[in-house]
Design a protein around this ligand. Structure first.
Ligand code: ZN
Length: 431
C-alpha cells in the first residue's frame, strides 16, 4: 500500500496512533459512562449532569471549561435546563479546531435485548441508546486530544471540544445558541468536525433542506346524520393527500441531487406526512358531527438544486389547486420549520485533512457522503458562518435511533486516530 499521508510526518502519526491503542479501554469506559447518563430528548433529561460530567473530565485533562446555558430560549427551563459545555486547550496562535458532539439522545423505544442505559460491552461492541448517536463520537474527540497530549505533542493552535444539547430536536438551544452568542463563529473558530455516526470510512459534507409545514382545512360543522348539510374538513385533507400522492410524490422522485446523499433513495426530493389531526378525538365521547377542522403536518426534504423558494411555491400552488376543486373548504398553509441545504466546499481543508488521515489509518480512500437528515452542521454554516465543517465519526448511520444501538470498538478506536491526525494536520503540526 502506498503511503499517501504526507502532511503530518508518519513517525508522529504512528506515535499518536499507538497512544490511542493504549487508551482503548479508557475510550470504551468514557463512552459507557456517558451512556449511563440518560440524556433523553424529549424532554431533555440530565443535560446539566452530563455537561458537568464531561466538563469535569476535561478539566482534569487540562482543558479550560465553560458552561453556557441557553438563556432566553423557551425550552431552557428550571426543570430541564439547557446547559452546553465548551472545553478548550490553547497552546499556540495557530488554527482553532472545534470538535462538537451533541449530548442528547432519542428515547430508547421498544425492542431492546440489553438495558439501553447500562453501557453494556459485549462481542467487541458497546451497546446503549446514544452510543453511536453520538456518545462514542464525543469519547473519540476527547481521546483524540488526549492521545496528542500523551504523545508529547505541543499543538500549534487550539483544540476545542463541546458537548451541546438538543441536536435531535433542532439544536436551537445547543449549537445554534453557541453560534448565536458568538462562542462558535467565523474568525474565532477555523474548522469544525462533528463526530456524528456516518461510518468510520466516510466524510459527511452536508445535508438536504427541510421544509416542515402544516395545512389546516376549515369545513363547516353539521349533523352527522345529514353530512350533506355540512362540509367535511377531513375530506378536504383527504383530497389534498390524494393530490400529493398522485402528483407531487412522483414529481419529487424524478428529481435527483448531485450531492452524494446516502442512502441512495434519499438522493431524491421527498415528502412525508408526519401526522393528521381532524374531527373529534377518536378516544373521546363521539357526537354526530361533520368535522369542521382537520390539520396535517408535512416533512418535505428539498434538494440544493431546488432551493427553498421553489419548493414552497410548489406547495402553495398545489394547495391552491386543491382548494379550487374543494368547494366550501378553506385551506391555510403555515410554515413550521425551514432548514436550508448545506454543503462543505469541495476544496475545504477539513475534507483534505480527514481524507489523508483516513487513508493513513484505514489504508483506504474515504467516500464523501451527505446525510439524509440534518444535523448541527446547518448552524455552524448558517449562523456561525464557518464553511469548513464536516461530520466524521464512529458508528453506523443505520443503527442510530434503533433498538440495540451499538458501536464497534474497533471503529471507535480508528475514528479516534483519524480525528487526532486530522486535528494535527489542520493545525499544520509536524510540517
Ligand atoms: Zn446525532
Amino acid at each position: 500500500m502506498a503511503l499517501q499521508y504526507r502532511i503530518v510526518d508518519a513517525a508522529l502519526a504512528d506515535r499518536i496512533s499507538a497512544e490511542v491503542d493504549r487508551a482503548r479501554d479508557e475510550i470504551v469506559q468514557l463512552t459507557a459512562d456517558l451512556v449511563r447518563i440518560p440524556t433523553v430528548n424529549p424532554p431533555g433529561d440530565l443535560y446539566d449532569a452530563c455537561a458537568h460530567f464531561l466538563g469535569g473530565d476535561m478539566k482534569r485533562r487540562g482543558f479550560d471549561v465553560e458552561y453556557i446555558a441557553a438563556d432566553g430560549r423557551p425550552e431552557h427551563t428550571l426543570r430541564h435546563p439547557r446547559i452546553n459545555v465548551v472545553c478548550s486547550r490553547r497552546q499556540g496562535a495557530g488554527p482553532v479546531v472545534h470538535l462538537n458532539g451533541h449530548i442528547d439522545v432519542v428515547p430508547p423505544g421498544d425492542g431492546w435485548t440489553v438495558d439501553p442505559f447500562a453501557g453494556v460491552v459485549r462481542d467487541g461492541k458497546i451497546f446503549g441508546r446514544g452510543v453511536c448517536d453520538m456518545k462514542a463520537g464525543i469519547a473519540a474527540a476527547v481521546f483524540a486530544a488526549e492521545a496528542i497530549a500523551r504523545a508529547g505533542v505541543e499543538l500549534p493552535g487550539t483544540i476545542e471540544i463541546s458537548g451541546t444539547v438538543d441536536e435531535e430536536s433542532g439544536g436551537f438551544a445547543g449549537v445554534a445558541h453557541l453560534a448565536g452568542v458568538g462562542r462558535i463563529r467565523k474568525g474565532r473558530t477555523d474548522f469544525v468536525i462533528i463526530p456524528e455516526p456516518l461510518n468510520v470510512d466516510r466524510i459527511c459534507v452536508g445535508h438536504r433542506g427541510v421544509y416542515w409545514f402544516e395545512v389546516t382545512a376549515h369545513g363547516r360543522i353539521g349533523h352527522g346524520s345529514m353530512p350533506f348539510l355540512g362540509v367535511s374538513a377531513i375530506d378536504g385533507v383527504g383530497r389534498l393527500l390524494q393530490t400529493v400522492r398522485e402528483q407531487l410524490t412522483p414529481a419529487l422522485a424524478s428529481r435527483k441531487t448531485s450531492v452524494p446523499v446516502v442512502p441512495a433513495g434519499a438522493r431524491h426530493a421527498t415528502i412525508n406526512i408526519n401526522g393528521i389531526d381532524g374531527g373529534q378525538p377518536v378516544d373521546g365521547i363521539q357526537t354526530p358531527c361533520v368535522a369542521d377542522l382537520c390539520r396535517a403536518v408535512f416533512d418535505r426534504r428539498f434538494l440544493m438544486e431546488e432551493g427553498f423558494d421553489a419548493a414552497k411555491r410548489e406547495i402553495e400552488a398545489l394547495v391552491t389547486a386543491v382548494a379550487q376543486h374543494t368547494p366550501g373548504v378553506r385551506f391555510d398553509l403555515r410554515d413550521l420549520m425551514v432548514v436550508h441545504p448545506t454543503r462543505t466546499p469541495d476544496d475545504s481543508p477539513v475534507i483534505a485533512a480527514l481524507d489523508r488521515s483516513i487513508r493513513h489509518v484505514l489504508g483506504q480512500a474515504p467516500a464523501l457522503v451527505a446525510s439524509p437528515g440534518t444535523y448541527d452542521h446547518k448552524h455552524v454554516a448558517r449562523i456561525a458562518g464557518i464553511p469548513h465543517c464536516v461530520a466524521y465519526g464512529p458508528g453506523e448511520l443505520e443503527l442510530a435511533h434503533q433498538p440495540d444501538e451499538h458501536c464497534r470498538i474497533d471503529d471507535l478506536v480508528n475514528a479516534t486516530k483519524v480525528i487526532a491526525l486530522a486535528t494535527l494536520d489542520l493545525m499544520g503540526a509536524g510540517r
